[in-house]
Design a protein around this ligand. Structure first.
Ligand code: FES
Length: 488
């Protein structure tokens, strides 16, 4: 019997084995040798990131919302909030206090410091290699995350689908890359609950990043597109190594693409999709091919995440709506619009804007036009299109929570209404947004045809759209999120 060393196993097999490991073990593996350090940086191993949980010894790395996988919500949130408070009050230069209370505080502080170290390690070592493969990022209740870190992470992860920044201290500057690089085209779930510092600028950046559905690009009647129409689907596609000419990874056998009419999130543009397993293999193979020839290096003692591997509500009740506004709102609005350079209220009805209330008829992506058809469109950028337009707008957002973001105004809602609105949005939480009005809400809702009233929340004092069916304000008894009726 000839013995075979583990290093003789093909890369594909090694990555298959690595898929059974959690982030802690992957971190350890990355410290074994140069080859493993490179293999661990394979994109498919890092689809879902939960650095806040990982820093506290919970190494879950599956998709978000899996049953039985969420930590006990109430205790978990309370612990994180206490840790955050202790960290913010922590004075690095203060004298040592050895009381029991101080001891608890020091445990809380060390948890947040570990989290910060992990986040920095991720930004410096991991995301530059795997960022484009990341689909989920949860930073909810993080006391260590800063706007700068979020900005870096978002620019490194252009294909995010799920982003949770609940109750963090981020500001508008965190989202600059969305507008500049158009990096949130794929975003479906955005939770900014309790991010009190964000304003309309964030919604403006978000809307720009999501793209513009009103730009005609996939129109069947567009003559530029006609000659790119494919009558039959490709039955097999092989990815070849550009040096050797041999097929990459498992593409040695022909891969049959499967047609999903009006596919999942990208229903606006017809796409050919591979079986996810096959796709992961191809992505991995392409990844390795790209790195070929680049001298790998083992990570330092900190591993790829920059830390040593080891160790380990709200209410919802409906109440009578009252017409109730204060003057604080109008003063604030004037200041904000002055800053935005638009001394207008933001309502299309009042401003005489040519973008009056719109419906989805404006959207030109024609999802129904190709349903069940045997014709297939290829991407057809028209002349002079910017990089932004060529990436294809989907405005795939399904979940948006701005609960407690009290600085949001109608101007921000109006930004979201532009570019074709949010055709897939089902869940919208605007609880605690004190400065929005029924006009802004009506304008937004008119371009959100998929909105589910049960998942539509806004201040009880606004007599807005679907008032008798919407779920009202969620922050009435919340205690830590803004609500105009706190303390009643
Ligand atoms: Fe007005 Fe909660 S009822 S914000």
């Amino acid at each position: 019997w000839a013995s075979t060393h583990i290093s003789a196993l093909p890369q594909e097999v090694m990555v298959r084995l690595f898929r059974y490991l959690g982030p802690e073990d992957l971190c350890r593996c990355s410290q074994v040798c140069h080859t493993w350090a490179e293999l661990v940086k394979t994109g498919s191993l890092w689809r879902h990131l939960y650095p806040v949980r990982w820093a506290r010894g919970d190494y879950y790395r599956g998709p978000p919302g899996e049953p039985d996988q969420d930590p006990d919500a109430e205790d978990w949130v309370q612990n994180l909030q206490e840790e955050g408070r202790a960290y913010q009050e922590w004075d690095e230069d203060a004298d040592m206090d050895e009381s029991e209370e101080a001891c608890e505080d020091s445990l809380a502080i060390s948890a947040v410091r570990k989290e910060k170290k992990l986040l920095n390690g991720m930004i410096q070592n991991l995301l530059p290699a795997v960022g484009s493969s990341v689909r989920t990022l949860s930073l909810a209740y993080s006391a260590a995350i800063s706007s700068k870190m979020v900005r870096q992470i978002l620019s490194l992860c252009p294909n995010l689908i799920h982003l949770d920044l609940t109750q963090t201290d981020v500001t508008d500057s965190a989202f600059e890359s969305w507008a500049e690089m158009a990096v949130c085209r794929t975003l479906e779930h955005l939770d900014l609950s309790g991010c009190e510092k964000i304003t309309d600028y964030t919604l403006q950046s978000l809307s720009l990043g999501l793209g513009d559905l009103t730009t005609p690009r996939f129109s069947k009647n567009n003559p530029e597109c006609k000659n790119k129409l494919l009558k039959t689907p490709p039955s097999a596609i092989k990815l070849l190594d550009k040096h050797s000419g041999y097929p990459l990874g498992r593409a040695r056998t022909a891969l049959v693409f499967k047609w999903r009419p009006g596919g999942r999130s990208m229903s606006c543009s017809p796409v050919w999709v591979l079986d996810p397993v096959e796709l992961a293999d191809i992505e991995d193979a392409a990844d390795w091919s790209r790195r070929e020839g680049v001298a790998g290096h083992s990570e330092g003692r900190g591993g790829i995440l920059g830390v040593q591997a080891g160790g380990k509500s709200c209410c919802c009740r409906r109440s009578g709506r009252r017409s109730f506004r204060t003057d604080i709102g109008s003063t604030y609005l004037q200041q904000l619009y002055g800053t935005l350079g638009e001394m207008q209220c933001g309502h299309s009805a009042c401003c005489g804007s040519d973008t009056a209330l719109r419906t989805l008829k404006g959207a030109q992506c024609e999802p129904q036009a190709i349903g069940g058809s045997t014709e297939f469109w290829t991407k057809c950028p028209s002349e002079g299109e910017s990089r932004t337009d060529q990436t294809g707008a989907c405005r795939a957002l399904r979940f948006l929570s701005l609960s407690g973001c009290y600085q949001i105004t109608d101007m921000g809602l109006r930004c979201l209404s532009k570019g074709g609105g949010l055709p897939l949005l089902e869940h919208l939480n605007l609880s605690g947004c004190l400065f929005i009005t029924e006009v802004g809400l009506h304008e937004l809702v008119s371009v959100c045809p998929s909105l589910n009233d049960e998942h539509f929340y806004y201040c009880d004092n606004i007599n807005g759209p679907h008032a008798d069916r919407a779920s009202g304000c969620q922050n009435l008894q919340c205690g830590f999120r803004v609500c105009c009726r706190s303390g009643e």
